[in-house]
Structure formats: structure tokens, C-alpha cells
Design a protein around this ligand. Structure first.
Ligand code: F0G
Length: 353
């Protein structure tokens, strides 16, 4: 695998790109795989690695798929893109569309998109529309508009999204020298678990890995349609990125689970926030709440002693913690303001937990 070059070039032989596909890039991919010693100590798993996807250009894994999707839209002569989003897809689509000179419309669930993501979509010049409804309602609308020929749909039902996102699995195999025993990943619209599985299957078939990992996906308790076996009409969770009641890639997520011998399970909001704080406070890695669902799932399974034969784990941290400053601030005590003297500052430090 070439060490340098843009994502499209690095993985061209594994992607549906041609020499004519524009080499669009914002520097996506090649994100750090960071070892997590405190999680190893807590869970008893020999190796725990964090794939820090928040280091992508717009702060989430979406950039891997979006770069390929927008480049193909350009190649095919499209002039505008559209998506529904809980925030990160919108930020990524807006950035790559701006870079490519395409217009971009993003349709969001009103009141349920983290501040950083909304700010990004606005900054990148997208047309931002909030609908009174859920992500699932917004998704129905953008599919209708795209089917009417008004823009290219860049949600993960667009196969180029999955193709681009699968490159994260290749990077994991490259850095570890093989696939891990298990991959832990949050599940929302279920595109990413689909993409990683496709990547790991191709990695094993192509000699990049000798085996395929078990795939463990995690949904929030209030937004767990796959686990419960039926769509959720009014999904609710603090992890707004995965507040989805009827995932588009439902069937392929179930296939990834079953073909890999894995599981898709529930984590509660409390478990998500606990993992979120643990990652920042004990590992020095600040991800967004939805991302922490992967680690919440690992910790839950460790507690249940349900990690037999699992010695090397990768947890995908899908998005950057700075995306959602409101959640971070809501968990911390209010700032204490004191006089600028050593005595007052010392007392204030000691008064804090
Ligand atoms: N983590 C984050 C930070 C996300 O933004 C998403 C999805 C997921 C996990 C779940 O990934 O949908 O492929 O199962 N965000 C989408 C969006 C829905 O609109 O940004 P998935």
C-alpha cells in the first residue's frame, strides 16, 4: 500500500475509480491507531487500539467515503449534492462540495444536531435545512428529491460512500500487520459497520490479512432498531450522531454481524457517557458521545466476561469530541471565577474534585 498520496490514489486499485476520477482531497485517511493501556488494564484484553477517526479533515470518518463520492459525482458531471444527516455527513459533504465547486444542501433533524457539526455545514457554505422530524424523516425527503434528479444523493446508500469508508479497515490491517480479533463500532445508519466488514473481507482475500475480525456493533438503548428487530419511531439518545430509528444499511449490518460471528448490542446513554469521560480523562482521547458507544460496548462485554478468545481489539472512535461542546460542558461543573491571586486560585483548585 503506497505510504503517501491522497486516499483515492493510495487505494485506487481497491476503489471504483478511473484515471479520469478527479484526485479530490482534503488530506483524509491515515488516522492514528492509538494503544489504550488503561482500557487494557480495565478489560483484561491484551491489546486495545483506538482508531481515531476524529483526526480526519472535518473531524469524522465520513470524509473517507465523501471524498470518493464527491469525486465520482464530479466525474459523472453532477453539479449538486444532497444528504440527510445527524451532522457529520452534512459537515463532510459541505466541505468536499465546497472544495469541488459543487452546491450542497443538507437536511437535518431540527434541534438534534451537535453545535460543531452545524457550524461546519454553515461555514462550508451548504444550504442548511432543518426539518421538524427525525433523521429518518429527513432521509425520506432527500431520497425523493434525489430521485427527482435534483441532486446526487451522498448518504451511505450511495455505494461510493461504503467503498471509501472501507479503507479504514485496510489501514488497520496495515498498521497491525493483520486484522484484529474483534472490531467494536457504533451503529447508526449502519453504513460504517458495512464498510469495515467489506474492507476486512477484501483485505483477507487480497493477502493484506490472514483472517477476518468478529464485528461488534453498538446502538444506543433509545435508538436500537436492529437489536430490537423493528424500526423505532421516535429514537432518543444523548449520542445524537446515532439517533436513527430505521437504518438504511440494516440488512448489510446484520450480514456483517452474522458472517463474522459477532453481535449487535445495546449500550445505555449512561454507559456511553461513562466511556466518553473515561476516554478523555484516562486515555487522553476526546471523541464525541456516539463514538464512545464502541468502547462502552467493549467495557460492557468485559464486565459480562463475554470476550473469550479476544486478545486484540480495535475500537473505532468515529468523530472528534469538539463536534459536541454542549455535551462536554453539560457534564462539567460550572467554571469558578476567582480573584487573580495565588491564594484564591490555590483555594479554587483545591475545592474542585
Ligand atoms: N459515529 C458518528 C460520529 C456518526 O456521525 C455516525 C453517523 C455514526 C457513528 C454511525 O455510523 O451511520 O455508518 O452506522 N452519522 C451519520 C450522519 C448518520 O448523518 O452524520 P453509521
Amino acid at each position: 500500500m503506497p505510504a503517501d498520496g491522497c486516499l483515492i490514489d493510495r487505494f485506487a486499485s481497491h476503489l471504483p475509480v478511473t484515471p479520469r476520477t478527479p484526485r479530490l482531497t482534503l488530506g483524509e485517511g491515515r488516522t492514528p491507531l492509538v494503544r489504550a493501556p488503561r482500557l487494557e488494564a480495565e478489560t483484561g484484553v491484551r491489546e486495545v487500539w483506538l482508531k481515531v477517526e476524529g483526526m480526519n479533515p472535518t473531524g469524522s470518518f465520513k470524509d473517507r467515503g465523501m471524498v470518493v463520492t464527491v469525486a465520482k459525482a464530479m466525474e459523472e458531471g453532477s453539479t449538486s449534492v444532497i444528504c440527510a444527516s445527524t451532522g457529520n455527513t452534512a459537515a463532510s459533504a459541505a466541505a468536499y462540495a465546497a472544495r469541488a465547486g459543487l452546491s450542497c444542501a443538507v437536511v437535518l433533524p431540527a434541534g438534534h444536531v451537535a453545535l460543531g457539526k452545524l457550524t461546519q455545514a454553515i461555514a462550508f457554505g451548504a444550504r442548511v435545512i432543518a426539518v421538524r422530524g427525525s433523521f429518518d424523516d429527513a432521509f425520506v425527503v432527500v431520497k425523493e428529491l434525489a430521485a427527482a434528479g435534483e441532486a446526487t444523493l451522498v448518504n451511505s446508500v450511495n455505494p461510493y460512500r461504503i467503498e471509501g469508508q472501507k479503507t479504514a479497515a485496510f489501514e488497520v490491517c496495515d498498521v497491525l500487520g493483520d486484522a484484529p480479533d474483534a472490531l467494536f463500532i457504533p451503529v447508526g445508519n449502519a453504513g460504517n459497520i458495512t464498510a469495515y466488514w467489506k474492507g476486512f473481507v477484501e483485505a483477507a482475500a487480497g493477502g493484506m490479512a490472514t483472517r477476518r475480525p468478529r464485528m461488534f456493533g453498538f446502538q444506543a438503548a433509545g435508538a436500537a432498531p436492529i437489536v430490537r428487530g423493528a424500526p423505532v419511531a421516535d429514537p432518543q439518545t444523548v449520542a445524537t450522531a446515532i439517533r436513527i430509528g430505521n437504518p438504511a444499511s440494516w440488512k448489510s449490518a446484520v450480514a456483517a454481524r452474522d458472517d463474522s460471528g459477532g453481535a449487535i448490542e445495546i449500550v445505555t446513554d449512561d454507559e456511553i457517557l461513562d466511556a466518553y469521560r473515561f476516554l478523555a480523562g484516562c486515555e487522553g482521547v476526546f471523541c464525541e458521545p456516539a463514538s464512545a458507544a464502541s468502547v462502552a460496548g467493549l467495557r460492557q462485554r468485559a464486565k459480562r466476561r463475554a470476550l473469550d478468545g479476544v486478545e486484540r481489539v480495535v475500537c473505532v472512535l468515529t468523530g472528534n469530541g469538539l463536534k459536541d461542546p454542549d455535551t462536554a460542558r453539560s457534564l462539567s461543573p460550572s467554571l469558578s471565577e476567582v480573584a487573580p491571586t495565588a491564594a484564591d486560585v490555590r483555594a479554587a483548585i483545591r475545592a474542585l474534585p
